[in-house]
Write a protein that binds this ligand. Structure first.
Ligand SMILES: [Zn+2]
Length: 98
């Protein structure tokens, strides 16, 4: 068991940073930096997973609905003609506003 696992376990039990430091006999600064790095690691992992999901699954650019891609066919960007037309209309409107 790594020290960070013990810190997180104690944290989940509702202990404060200085109490954890006391219990594990390490400086409070170490507890804080370990937690900080742990949170960063988790956030990065989530970001990576999300990026993969976005690139793997195809979603309609208008409504976000998942698109079932048909093997051998060109990648679709919209779930239906309705959404395709709606998307390009939105694009046009954006340009007009700018
Ligand atoms: Zn759609």
């Amino acid at each position: 068991m790594e020290i960070i696992d013990e810190i997180i376990a104690l944290k989940k039990n509702g202990l404060k940073n200085d109490e954890i430091a006391d219990k594990l006999n390490i400086p409070v600064g170490t507890v804080k930096s370990k937690i900080f790095r742990y949170k960063n690691k988790i956030t990065n992992k989530i970001n990576i997973v999300n990026t993969n999901e976005v690139s793997l699954d195809k979603h309609c650019r208008t409504c976000g609905k998942e698109i079932k891609s048909i093997a051998g066919k060109k990648e679709k960007q919209f779930c239906s003609d309705y959404c395709r037309v709606k998307y390009w209309r939105m694009q046009k409107n954006d340009k007009k506003r700018v």
